[in-house]
Design a protein around this ligand. Structure first.
Ligand SMILES: [Mn+2]
Length: 331
């Protein structure tokens, strides 16, 4: 697959890199590392994200390569710029959010690079996916490492390492494979600082975020004899704490800490009135199967979905589906 991907990149001179909306460390890390690789090879590469680059990922972009999408401003003619448009860390065009309208009209070759477990991607001219990879950054690492003699550039090494950290939950999740650790060791040997990376990515809480966590945990719910635990956050909760949706990051890890929990969930209300769930499984329960029932997906142990239902109705439906899935996967 990577040889195919390399040949694809060779065929294009102006590559637009985008990732899913609300970009994460893996999508941003993979985009920056790939942009560095393309630029070093004499190609033009741009990275456009929506709605913006999160504060805690700014350290990955010291050169200011990342552009926040402005459909009515600087990016009115974005679709006409590239000869290849690559969606990174997602394999459904709609996951790119408001960029999708431009994506639909572009004459560029449309491609995706992803490691998520999904049906075969549709809506692309060509796809590069490998669900056995732990992160999109692992795919980029595997692409660039054999092709670069000596050390990677500091920007590339830092971006790749941060992506691996992000998608493995700082090497805690089941996708923390020997291969990922070898890649991380290689990047650390090249000068990446693990502690500085961790601090930059995670030790960034605001008082509003911690108050929101406290408020959410105060409403902790247990179901199925303690095997399913969830918290929920409404728009009113966010307002009461002065918090934003970005502050929900990592909240789902809290109910997962409970002894005896098989599945943890974070339910939240979106600004557009829709309801969202993030599901995490300890090990045995396939939460991807649950989220697919609601039009979502992800990985077997970490998955999500967004629906047009009230939060209360959605909680009821997901809870029933989780309980059924627990019975399917655990005798
Ligand atoms: Mn990823």
């Amino acid at each position: 697959m990577l040889d195919r991907f390399a040949a694809f990149l060779d065929r294009h001179a102006k590559v637009l890199l985008t990732t899913h909306e609300n970009p994460d460390g893996d999508g941003v890390g993979a985009s920056i590392a790939l942009a560095a690789h393309l630029k070093a090879g004499g190609k033009e590469a741009r990275i456009v994200v929506t709605p913006a680059l999160p504060e805690n990922l700014r350290f990955l972009d010291p050169e200011g390569w990342i552009e926040a999408y402005e459909p009515d401003g600087a990016h009115r003619d974005l679709a006409a710029w590239p000869d290849a448009w690559l969606l990174i860390d997602a394999s459904e065009p709609h996951r790119m959010g408001i960029l999708f309208a431009a994506f639909e009209t572009t004459k560029a070759t449309r491609a995706c690079l992803d490691h998520h477990l999904k049906d075969a991607p549709t809506g692309f001219d060509v796809e590069f996916t490998d669900p056995t990879a732990s992160a999109s950054t692992e795919l980029v690492y595997d692409l660039v490492r054999p092709r670069i003699g000596g050390d990677l550039s500091p920007i590339m090494a830092q971006a790749l390492y941060a992506g691996l950290v992000s998608d493995t939950g700082n090497f805690r999740h089941s996708n923390s494979t020997p291969k990922v650790h070898h890649a991380a060791a290689d990047l650390i040997a090249q000068g990446v600082h693990p502690a500085r990376t961790f601090n930059a990515l995670y030790q960034t809480a605001t008082p509003a975020k911690l108050k929101l966590f406290g408020r959410a945990m105060g409403g902790l719910q247990l179901r199925d004899g303690g095997r399913f635990a969830y918290v929920s956050v409404t728009m009113a909760d966010l307002a009461a704490c002065g918090a934003t949706h970005e502050d929900l990051d990592e909240l789902v890890e809290e109910p997962r800490k409970l002894q005896g929990v098989e599945v943890a969930a974070l339910f939240s209300e979106s600004a557009d009135g829709r309801s969202k769930v993030s599901l995490r499984s300890r090990e045995r329960v396939d939460v991807n199967a649950v989220c697919r029932q609601f039009g979502g997906g992800g990985h077997r142990l970490a998955s999500g979905a967004k629906v047009s239902q009230t939060l209360d109705a959605f909680i009821t439906h997901v809870t029933a589906a989780v309980e059924a899935q627990i019975r399917t996967n655990i005798v």
